[in-house]
Structures are given as C-alpha cells and as structure tokens.
Ligand binder design. Structure first.
Ligand SMILES: Nc1nc2c(ncn2[C@@H]2O[C@H](COP(=O)(O)OP(=O)(O)OP(=O)(O)O)[C@@H](O)[C@H]2O)c(=O)[nH]1
Ligand SMILES: [Mg+2]
Length: 226
C-alpha cells in the first residue's frame, strides 16, 4: 500500500486554496494569524484577554476551531466582535477550505486583524497552511521545556512563541529559560513573549507584537504627487 501520493494531493490542494486566501488577505491589507498549541495551553484565554483590551469598534474578528462544541466561540462572542466556531467533527486541524467556507459571508474589507485559533494539537495544524501571515505557537509552563525539541515543526514555522501561564512557575518544575533556548535551537532568533492571562504579565508585550504586525500589513498609502 502506498499512501504518500494521496497525502501529497490533499496537501497540495490545501496549499492552492491557502495561496488564494493569502492573496485575498493581502488585497484587503489585513493581518491573519494562526494560533496553535496543545489542548488547554491557553489560546482562548489569550484571545479573551486580547479582545477585552481592544477598542469596541476595532476591526477584529476570530475563527476558532475545535473538534466538538461551540464553547470557545461562546466565550469569545461576549466581547462584541465577529466570532465563528469551526467544528471539525473529528479532524485534528483546520484546513484552508474550512477557513474559506467560514469567511464566505464576512466582508473582508471591514477587517484589520483575523485571529484563527486552531484545534488544540501541536502536530497536525503545522502541516496545513491557512493563508495566514504568521503562525503563533503557545506553550504553557505545565507542558515541559523539551516540547520545542520533540515537536520541532510548529516551533520552526511559527514567528512567535507565547510562553503562557507564567503565574504557575512557582508551582511547577519548568525551566523557562531552557524552553526558550530549546525553541531557539529549532528556530534561531525566534521571538518569544512570556505571558500570564491570570496576572496580566506580558500581555502588553503580546499586544505590541500584534500591533506591530498589523501596522506592517497595512497597504502603503499612495505617494503624494508634487
Ligand atoms: N493559571 C493560569 N491558567 C490559565 C492561563 N491561561 C489559561 N489558563 C487556564 O487554562 C485552561 C485552558 O485554557 P483555554 O484558554 O481554554 O485553552 P485552549 O488552548 O484554548 O484550549 P483548547 O481550545 O481546548 O485547545 C483554563 O482553565 C484556563 O483558565 C494563565 O495564564 N494562567
Ligand atoms: Mg480554545
């Protein structure tokens, strides 16, 4: 049995769709980020803290993926921004087709930032391009500092590592400097922020990172003619 060609075909179809999405996101000049982590590392909590800090009229939306339940969308809708749940029904990652389908009735010209929260999984989502500008990997301090070495693909492909739940550091044997060092072994120079959604530590640095990428994304103003 040879399974390789089929897998290749599925991935290349996904790449084709993701490229179309990326072109549309670029055309509208908005930032799309794809947030990936193991189940329970704090993706939705990070988004809750983020939405809570943004001005109510900010041009921000969220797609959140899970195998089952609308729980995360319900948590995020409380902040008044457009939010949709993608329920995969068993698939362990989001793919470009799911993103395209769930964006079909959203006016993309009204957006500056689209957050995509992927299905909790540190492996499969790293293989599926969603047309995002950046992947962001979240690793909580209860998961072990060796994870970047064990699951290198997602750490290699992500622009930012969010080390989450740092308020728990006094209670867990987690070497946070070792975790950062391991991430940078896999991805030299990787940007890292250390965040607690419980105490608020590091949230400003996270918001600044998003804002910097959002500003970099804006279409250039037409040069004034003299
Ligand atoms: N102590 C502490 N707990 C946190 C922090 N962030 C999240 N949690 C808790 O971690 C648990 C999981 O958080 P979620 O935000 O649901 O995690 P998730 O990554 O969205 O989970 P999935 O969507 O199921 O993959 C919840 O009980 C949160 O309250 C934090 O900074 N500190
Ligand atoms: Mg979640």
């Amino acid at each position: 049995m040879n399974r390789v060609p089929l897998e290749k075909k599925v991935l290349s179809e996904n790449d084709r769709l993701a490229a179309e999405l990326r072109a549309r996101f670029q055309e509208h000049g908005f930032l799309c980020v794809n947030i990936i982590s193991s189940p329970g590392s704090g993706k939705t909590t990070l988004l809750e803290r983020t939405l809570e800090k943004l001005p109510k009229n900010d041009r921000v939306a969220v797609l959140t993926g899970d195998i089952q339940t609308e729980n995360d969308a319900n948590r995020l809708k409380r902040f008044g921004f457009p939010v949709k749940q993608i329920t995969t029904g068993g698939t362990c990652h989001l793919d470009a087709r799911m993103i395209e389908r769930h964006l079909s009735d959203w006016p993309l010209e009204d957006l500056d930032v689209l957050f995509i929260e992927n299905v909790g999984n540190l492996v499969c989502p790293s293989s599926y391009d969603l047309g995002e500008e950046a992947k962001i990997v979240v690793l909580s301090v209860t998961e072990g500092e060796d994870k970047p070495l064990k699951y290198p693909s997602i750490f290699f492909k992500s622009d930012l590592l969010v080390l989450s739940k740092v308020d728990l550091l006094p209670y867990v044997p987690f070497d946070i400097d070792g975790a950062a060092e391991n991430a940078r072994k896999v991805h030299p120079g990787m940007e890292i922020v250390r965040v607690s959604c419980q105490t608020g530590d590091g949230l400003q640095e996270w918001m600044t990172w998003i804002e910097r990428r959002r500003q970099a994304r804006k279409p250039l103003e037409p040069t004034a003619t003299r």
